[in-house]
Write a protein that binds this ligand. Structure first.
Ligand SMILES: [Zn+2]
Length: 589
């Protein structure tokens, strides 16, 4: 790339406008703008753009540079690509291309051919949707409330039921390398190991183009028209290509980004159909994750436009799981997240069509804070009526709390959870602090911070807090009552004896005699919610007996050494006898 051209682009380009496409900028002075830095996590803007000097600087992470530096970092491309990108954004015609290496030239040529073939394929599918063969596809779309306007806006199409029609048509315009690399065609390996002839990947399917942020078609997702086994998966996507990486695209971002900035939040739905319905209903700041949980790449992509999200995933289990994962990721990246649950178990698509836009907007307005949503979800999954269920509910919530970067927000979440689950809130906060500390600390200091309880003690503590009548609990109580010597002198001994004495336990923390016990109890209960088998209780007792014998053995050795030093033959004799018995017991135990 000639330096002269780069200079000329830089002179013509407006850095504020270019960066403004990625970052929401607000005016901070006559010639300066500020926004949230796209290169580091932050909640108050420390990213500055100077219009007069045409450079940016972040006071938070120290990144700075000119418009090309910005695009290079943002798009993860080299200098020549950044110059081209800026030129294109500003409508500056490109000179005859000059590339730094033959590989780069080749990759760039392939990319532009792939963009071209996708554009043509999109047009081809759109045209096919009007063919007689596509009557059923059109009926399906009508039945799902997809209007002609939506079909045009989203460039929905139809891939005909033929292996060869599309290939034959495209062969005249594209070379085989491009057709293979596009992912629009497949081929089977022949018996002799050679690659077989190309055939259309998408057949008898409704096609939805996936577009990049600039609105260029880079892949397709295609819905089967038939439900039988022969039709294959319900949704078939393009494979990864030089244009398309799964989980790096947000469906509809090209159309939604303006409104996302305008409304200052993005509405996140699961499926393309939801996204299309909601968009056509006039709620234009909507994006689809395309049926999966959010990826980190998608979060970064979204962070360029807003840090506020309303999540409206499907009401089924898969939707709830995807919502939880997405929420965790968004919260960790400093987003503010609200969650909509639609009544009637409807997904956004059906809700909009059956109840209308005003009702949907009302539902969006009533979106709950993500913490309230998660606490409710924990209460539904594990109704907190028993201590065990409370522990499970806490186990469910704790990772979410830990993800919150702000301590104040974290404490607030903990206080709400404690109140709604009827758990000691000071203790919950303590546990959170502990978890946050453990997360930062390395493995060795994490071990040092953990309470000095043996695995056997932890298991017994857990067993004893199970509901009355649980086989493992009753066995543990019986055994401990029979052999109190077993837990004498252990770290958790006072806690264990309090639990043995209690017929029923409504809140195990009420029985913890001191702060250390409460702390141990929390650590033990919060970190595991698995069921306990009676055999595990027996194993724990076995291990307690063994360690008790070992303790006695150490003690005996010390006493023996003392007796020998004193020349006390009688004591030595007695101690030796006991030691032999003990050695035998240890071998057997
Ligand atoms: Zn920064």
């Amino acid at each position: 790339m000639a330096d002269g051209f780069a200079q000329s682009v830089k002179q013509q380009a407006d850095i504020v406008r270019v960066i403004g496409e990625y970052v929401r900028l607000t005016k901070a002075g006559a010639q300066s703008f500020k926004g949230l830095c796209p290169f580091h996590k932050e909640k108050t803007p420390s990213f500055n753009v100077q219009a007069a000097q045409q450079f940016f600087h972040c006071f938070g992470c120290g990144q700075s540079g000119d418009v090309f530096t910005f695009v290079q970092k943002m798009e993860n491309v080299g200098f020549p690509e950044a110059v081209r990108t800026v030129a294109q954004k500003c409508g500056i015609p490109l000179p005859k291309r000059e590339f730094s290496s033959p590989e780069e030239a080749q990759a760039s040529r392939l990319r532009s051919r792939l963009l071209e073939i996708h554009e043509q394929a999109c047009g081809y599918f759109e045209e096919q949707l009007q063919s007689p063969e596509a009557a059923r596809a059109r009926e399906y779309l009508t039945s799902r409330g997809v209007t002609a306007e939506a079909i045009a806006a989203f460039r929905i199409g139809y891939a005909p039921d033929s292996y060869s029609t599309m290939r034959d048509r495209f062969q005249s315009s594209f070379d085989e390398e491009t057709m293979r690399a596009s992912g629009l065609f497949s081929s089977k390996e022949q018996n002799d190991g050679a690659v077989g002839p190309l055939y259309a990947r998408f057949r008898k399917r409704i096609t939805f183009p996936i577009r990049n942020e600039a609105g260029r078609v880079i892949a397709f997702t295609a819905r089967a028209l038939d439900n039988d086994e022969k039709a294959g998966p319900k949704y078939l996507n393009s494979p990864e290509t030089p244009l398309y990486t799964k989980g790096h695209v947000l469906f509809n971002l090209d159309k939604a980004k303006q409104s996302i900035r305008q409304f200052e939040f993005a509405l996140l739905v699961e499926g393309q159909m939801d996204c299309i319905s909601v968009y056509m209903a006039g709620i234009t700041n909507v994006l689809a994750t395309s049926g999966t949980a959010f990826t980190e790449a998608q979060v970064r992509l979204l962070a360029r436009h807003t840090r506020q999200v309303v999540v409206n995933f499907d009401p089924d289990t898969a939707g709830a799981n995807a919502a939880e994962k997405s929420i965790a990721l968004l919260i960790e990246e400093g987003f503010s997240v609200k969650v909509v649950t639609l009544d009637g178990g409807l997904d956004p698509d059906r809700y909009v069509r059956e109840r209308g836009t005003p009702a949907y907007i009302a539902a969006l307005r009533s979106a709950r804070r993500h913490s309230d949503y998660l606490i409710d979800r924990a209460r539904t999954l594990f109704p907190p009526v028993t201590p065990d269920a409370k522990v499970k509910a806490l186990n469910f919530l704790l990772p979410h709390m830990q993800h919150i970067p702000s301590r104040i927000a974290r404490d607030e979440f903990a206080a709400d959870a404690a109140q709604k689950l009827a758990i000691d809130s000071a203790l919950l906060r303590q546990e959170l602090k502990q978890a946050a500390f453990a997360r930062r600390a390395d493995v060795s200091s994490k071990a040092a911070a953990a309470p000095a309880l043996s695995e056997a003690e932890k298991l017994l503590l857990r067993a004893l807090t199970l509901p009355a009548g649980d086989a493992a609990r009753e066995l543990a109580r019986k055994r401990l009552a029979q052999e109190p010597a077993l837990y004498e002198g252990l770290a958790a001994s006072s806690l264990l004896s309090a639990f043995v004495a209690a017929e029923t336990i409504s809140n195990p923390f009420d029985l913890a005699p001191d702060e250390a016990s409460r702390h141990w109890l929390a650590a033990v209960l919060l970190h595991s919610s698995q069921e306990i088998q009676p055999e595990q209780v027996e194993d724990a007792f076995h291990s307690l007996r063994h360690s008790r014998l070992e303790r006695r053995q150490r003690e005996l050795r010390r006493q023996l050494a003392e007796a020998e030093q004193r020349g006390d033959a009688t004591s030595v004799q007695e101690l030796m006898t006991e030691k032999m018995t003990l050695d035998r017991a240890l071998r057997e135990n």
